[in-house]
Design a protein around this ligand. Sequence first.
Ligand code: NIG
Ligand code: FE
Length: 419
Amino acid sequence: MKADILIHNISKIISPIGLANGQAIEASEPVKTIINAAIAIQDGIILAVGSESEVSSLYQADETIDALRGVVLPGFVDCHTHPVFVTTREDEFAMRIAGKSYVEISKSGGGIRSTIASTRDASEDLLFELAAKRIKKMISLGTTSLEAKSGYGLDTNSELKQLRVIKRLNEELPIDIIPTFMGAHEYPAEYKDNHAKYISILCEEMIPAVAEQGIAEFCDIFTEAHVFSIAESEQILSCAKGHGLKLKMHADEIEPIGGAELSAELGCVSADHLGAASDQGIADMKQAGVIPVLLPATLFSLRSKHYARARYMLEAGLPVAIATDYNPGSCNCDSMPFTMTLACLQMGMSPAEALLAATFNAAKAISRGGLAGSIEVGKYADLCLWDIPNLNFIPYHFGSSHLSRVIKKGKTIYKAELE
Ligand code: NIG
Ligand code: FE
């Protein structure tokens, strides 16, 4: 039989085992391994995956890729990022080292608000160039699907401008980029003492415009004691839901104010952060099928001693996902491999659980469970070729890249430079 591409000479394929109905699998068996393997690809989709002797004898391909006895994993799905902005905030990094907290910095003129003016002033071309450069780096670290949020404009035109930039990034860069509207990222300075007015702009102007233009798939919000309260979040998210947007929340990152509970009540696709989520909130999420997206690099960058309770969630049967939370303030981390390291060392996840979280469950968190996140017949051929002996090596040897090739829908989009 014919195939476009045959990848052969693979020492191991390691992938979550997806179930046909897109259900997350049992935490006791997060991934499966096929040794001495090969993969056949047709039209960007996986046609066959199995032992080298089987697959290579069945398929004749126009192009062959020699994996050089490396390991093949699914491409990473980074399901929570904020890459569209101009100015970085390394001054806040220094302030945190000097002992200031994220909330103190936000209240004293830093934080999200300090990224707003430069984003509002920037041309779409500048925002595009800067974000494209950031995303190319993510690709070089193995990311093949990405969720990207607006939220540094905080007025109708600037939010729509950010979403147009995300649309163009999706069209011009070689990976899938899923757009999320996050006008409720913070109260802009002009409405900091008039929350009702900003909420009416969100609900009467921004959300209807975003929905009408079909320019975002999800609506997200920063539900936290110093930003959007539970009642405010419920109002804004209900409005977004009424306009046909799917929902996400930044929930209970710092304080347990009931964000996880609300995510379940509203039927969010995911609730993210959850560093302080309550037992009840976690039980509610499980019941409602909300995916927990944990962002350990953020808590690491904020110098937190406490991480989200990944083990508790896994033992309760939730399909835990992880993501970088790449943003200019709380977490300037673009690396899914490093995020896996933190998931293992700081949250006690096994390397296999971390891989499942960074691929299969992350794809579910952006409603792409049937398309990406595992190496299965019929899914996108989104693959990473690694120069490693086994899966443990990725979180174990952190701080440098062991990737030799990144493939998106069958096309090589990154190759490590050879000497
Ligand atoms: O996910 N929590 C809200 N948003 C970002 C922080 C963004 C910023 O500080 O610019 C986050 O951590
Ligand atoms: Fe975030």
